[in-house]
Every structure is written in C-alpha cells, then in structure tokens.
Write a protein that binds this ligand. Structure first.
Ligand code: IPE
Ligand code: IPE
Ligand code: MG
Length: 240
C-alpha cells in the first residue's frame, strides 16, 4: 500500500514500445525516438523506485529486434553502451539510489565490450540494494525457457537432479529471473496489445495494462494511472 491507500504491485514489467512511431510523427529518424525513450526509461526507473516499487523489469531489446537495420541496431547498442558507461561511472549514486541492476537475456551475440560492461555493472550493484531493476536485452521468453530446459537437462545428465525433481519452482529457479517474484503488472504503451515474447513464463497470472501513449511520451502520471487501475483489479489466481 502507498500513502494514499493504493495497492502497490511488488513487481512491474514494462514493454518500452513506440519509439519509432514517436520519431516518425515528428519527421525524425526512428533512432531519435530511441534516444528520448532511453531518457524516459531513466526517469520512470527513478520514479518507480521513489514510490516504493521493489522490482521493475524493462524490455529494452528483444531477440527478434536483430531483424532491424544494422543502422538502427547499431544506434540502440550505442545508447545502451552509453547507459552502461554512465552506470559504471556513477556507481556511488546507484548505491545511494539503492538499485540492484540485473540484465536478463542472452549475452551471446551481444557486442563483446557491451557484454563486459554488463558484467561489471551487474557485479558492482550490490545484492543488498532494495530496488531490483531488470533490463531485458537480447531477451526472448522462448529463448529463456530453452536456456532453462538445457540447464536442467544438463543437471539430470550429471545426476545432480532427477527428472521428477523438476517442479514449477525448480523451473522458475533456472530462468533469468531466478529468485524474483513474478510480475504483478505488465504495462505496454504504444497501442499494441501483445507480449512480443516478453516474460511468457512469468506472466501466467500478471495483470495487463495497455495504453496508446508512445513510450517517449510516457510520464510518471501514466505510471500512476496504471497502478491505480491495477489496484482496482480482482486477482483470483484460479480461486474464488
Ligand atoms: C521500442 O520501440 C524499442 C525497441 C523495440 C528497441 P520501437 O522501435 O519498436 O517503436 P515502434 O513500435 O516502431 O514505434
Ligand atoms: C517489443 O517491441 C520489444 C521491445 C519493446 C524491446 P517490438 O516493437 O519489437 O514488438 P512487435 O514487433 O511490435 O511485436
Ligand atoms: Mg515496436
């Protein structure tokens, strides 16, 4: 609960969509939308943390997004590199902000210097910190499930586990989000109403909030609106 009696989700996941359309509407290159989108990400991350959200997951780049032009992918990677360098430089501030940053997705296929920076930023952001920020980069829900299945198969092969030991909890514990609660609320701006391969295992009982706002226009008030609507939902989890 927050101070106004609104039920706060413990974990909010956001599909940061609509950057390209935002730029096109202004006669700009799509990549200008990604630049503004990256700023909005920083702002919403801070705001979510200020209002007491404990876990936030942001979908930044999917395993399918490699299909885009080399120019656009390159620009997105440049923005990501810039963000990581900034994170590395501002270690102290992150510590104060209480961020525990975690990257979900496959490191394979990422530019090596970025993968290295991801490791550094992740290793430095302490487990003790109270706000968990997952950034989904080169992330695909199906890819994540295959990755978990392979890990489990290997454990069965070595005798560490038997097939009967594979329960839902054990499976969850082998996903990139191991140890974290499932998202309570998934927000997708931009007018699209689909998951696009985001957290497909973890979203089994998530509440969905769709909005027509394009991500670069997304404000703190939009986040408040989504949380207020969430707070009015009746979650039954199969019960009555
Ligand atoms: C989301 O915005 C950012 C990424 C997928 C990297 P888009 O680039 O998908 O924007 P639209 O959907 O084309 O407007
Ligand atoms: C989903 O958006 C991925 C991210 C926001 C990172 P897309 O723009 O790639 O999704 P589709 O293609 O509209 O399904
Ligand atoms: Mg899109």
């Amino acid at each position: 609960m927050d101070k106004n009696g609104v039920l706060l989700p413990e974990h909010i996941a956001i599909i940061m969509d609509g950057n390209g359309r935002w730029a096109k509407k202004r006669g700009l290159d799509r990549t200008e939308g990604h630049k503004v989108g990256a700023e909005v990400f920083r702002k919403i991350c801070q705001y979510g943390s200020d209002i007491g959200i404990k876990y936030m997951t942001f979908y930044a780049f999917s395993t399918e997004n490699w299909k885009r032009s080399a120019f656009e992918v390159g620009k997105i990677m440049d923005l990501f590199r810039k963000y990581l360098e900034e994170m590395e430089e501002r270690e102290q501030e992150n510590e104060e902000a209480g961020y525990n940053i975690h990257f979900i997705g496959s490191r394979e296929g990422m530019p090596p210097d970025i993968a290295e920076l991801m490791d550094v930023v992740e290793a430095r952001s302490g487990e003790k910190n109270k706000v968990h920020i997952n950034i989904a980069v080169n992330y695909g829900g199906r890819d994540e499930i295959i990755h978990a299945a392979r890990q489990l198969a290997e454990k069965v092969r070595t005798g560490e586990l038997s097939a009967e030991d594979i329960t839902e909890d054990v499976f969850s514990g082998n996903l990139y989000t191991a140890g974290q609660p499932d998202p309570d609320l998934i927000i997708r701006p931009s007018g699209e109403e689909r998951l696009s391969n985001f957290l497909i295992w973890q979203s089994a009982y998530a509440e969905f909030y769709f909005s027509d706002v394009l991500w670069p226009d997304f404000t703190k008030e939009d986040l408040d609106k989504a949380i207020e609507e969430y707070s009015r939902r009746n979650r039954r989890f199969g019960g009555v």
